[in-house]
Design a protein around this ligand. Structure first.
Ligand SMILES: NC(=O)c1ccc[n+]([C@@H]2O[C@H](COP(=O)([O-])OP(=O)(O)OC[C@H]3O[C@@H](n4cnc5c(N)ncnc54)[C@H](O)[C@@H]3O)[C@@H](O)[C@H]2O)c1
Length: 430
């Protein structure tokens, strides 16, 4: 957190002043995310009731917690005695017993709106009126999940990233009915868990996945035009990304990624219309789901330590050719990088104009921490400033015939005219 500006530190301080203390918490769902949130909270001194409906899941969750705590001991971050204390502060349960004692609860049950409505109804009957209720949804709107709640003002999104103990970012999502105090409590609890919380307003995809979707859609369009996906990966890796978009999608899981991308695209039909020859959809339909089943855009085989190693896949290339009606197209590395990055920049500027996030710095921080944006470029907006608004506008003019995602926004036009900077236009702490 020390790398954050004093303005952003001040934003966190103001939240801390408005927050209610979280001394004890509960997590609903002991799966991948619920287990990760539980261990992260417990390891930072907030005891957790971890509830699931399946005994086997609770056991899995506790085993995972033990493994994570073991790693902390191995890295000498905590002593074996502290590890014991952390484990003792996690209470696995199949009941709601003790939920009337918690200050905050976060639901991380499977991504199904009806189920989430049901568990929120149960929760509202067992927790105290002052407790905040959070959801870790990745693709549903906060307003939709909270629509039947008796007290939606205490309902807030806390979008953790996978794996929770490792990923530093948490998007704190404010629904239209969420009270500021609930947001501040979630921000302060996330800080206590050692995370960097960024407050965003409720919209399809929130902030990070919305911007990432604009980027992955630029990838899908390039592929549909005939560009080789491995060439795109290499171009984006040369730009500084830790992995190119095809490889990234394999790591996320093509079924998950394509679902999230479809849900978000539906929320912005003008800029993100249906893509006819969609490589994600094709891969999914052929059960090429990525690393999770050993084949996606690439093939994967485990190395000696069991880690998946990627190899070029002739089968995947052959499959992709079936959705390239005009055959292969050669594009320069520079054009690929420009189209991919410009799609990300314009969506980022839309997010700032829509006031989804408070400042350019918060947006960039979320991209650096949430999607591995190349560190030396400083984030989409910092990168746009390094190009200069005039150059961004010139690129928009060059590519706008490809679709509304490249239309220059009002701010891009204004700053190009005044030679202004995006960081000055959207400062932190205002
Ligand atoms: N997996 C990810 O990468 C990721 C990332 C960010 C957010 N999310 C979101 O987190 C949530 C959970 O995802 P996950 O990947 O951990 O799922 P998961 O399938 O690993 O775990 C879900 C758990 O919920 C439990 N459950 C189901 N009904 C329940 C109920 N009524 N009460 C208590 N527990 C119940 C299941 O038994 C299971 O243990 C989803 O909303 C998902 O969209 C997932």
């Amino acid at each position: 957190m020390s790398s954050l500006s004093s303005e952003l530190q001040q934003v966190f301080k103001e939240h801390a002043d408005k927050a209610r203390p979280v001394r004890k918490a509960a997590v609903l769902g002991a799966g991948i995310m619920g287990g990760g949130i539980t261990i992260t909270s417990a390891a930072h001194g907030v005891p957790v009731l971890m509830k699931d409906i399946a005994e086997a899941q609770l056991e899995l969750g506790m085993n995972e917690a033990r493994r994570q705590v073991g790693r902390l001991v191995q890295k000498e971050k905590i002593t074996p005695e502290q590890a014991e204390e952390v484990m003792a502060s996690i209470d696995p349960t199949l009941e709601y017993l003790g939920f009337d004692q918690v200050d905050a609860v976060i639901e991380a049950v499977v991504e199904n709106l009806d189920l989430k409505h049901r568990v929120l109804d149960e929760l509202e009957n067992v927790v105290r009126d002052e407790a905040i209720i959070a959801t870790n949804t990745s693709s549903l709107r906060i307003d939709d999940i909270g629509q039947h709640m008796k007290h939606p003002e205490r309902f807030v999104g806390m979008h953790f990233f996978n794996p929770v103990p490792v990923m530093p970012l948490v998007e704190i999502i404010q629904g239209t009915k969420t009270r500021d105090e609930a947001v501040s409590t979630a921000v302060t609890w996330a800080l206590k868990m050692g995370k960097t919380p960024i407050v965003v307003q409720d919209c399809p995809g929130f902030l990070v996945n919305r911007i990432l979707t604009a980027y992955t859609r630029a990838f899908l369009e390039l592929v549909a035009e005939g560009v080789d996906f491995e060439h795109i990966d290499k171009s984006m890796e040369a730009f500084g990304w830790p992995m190119g978009p095809a490889y990234l999608e394999d790591v996320i899981g093509i079924d998950t990624g394509s679902h999230v991308s479809d849900v978000i695209s539906a929320g912005y039909p003008d800029r993100m219309p249906h893509i006819e020859n969609d490589a994600f959809r094709l891969m999914k339909s052929r059960d090429r789901l990525g690393q999770k089943n050993g084949k996606g855009f690439y093939d994967y085989t485990p190395d000696d330590s069991g880690r998946p190693q990627k190899h070029s896949s002739p089968e995947a290339h052959e499959l992709i050719r079936t959705i390239q009606p005009n055959g292969r197209k050669e594009l320069s590395v520079e054009e690929i990088q420009q189209r991919m990055m410009l799609a990300m920049i314009t969506e980022s500027v839309h997010c700032l104009e829509d006031r989804v996030v408070g400042s350019a710095e918060e947006l960039d921080t979320a991209l650096l921490m949430g999607v591995g944006f190349p560190r030396d470029k400083g984030g989409a907006i910092r990168y746009a400033d390094s190009l200069g608004a005039k150059a961004v506008l010139a690129q928009c003019e060059l590519y706008r015939h490809l679709g509304a995602q490249y239309e220059p926004t009002a701010t891009i036009r204004k700053l190009a005219e005044t030679d202004g900077s995006f960081y000055d236009e959207f400062p932190a702490g205002n």
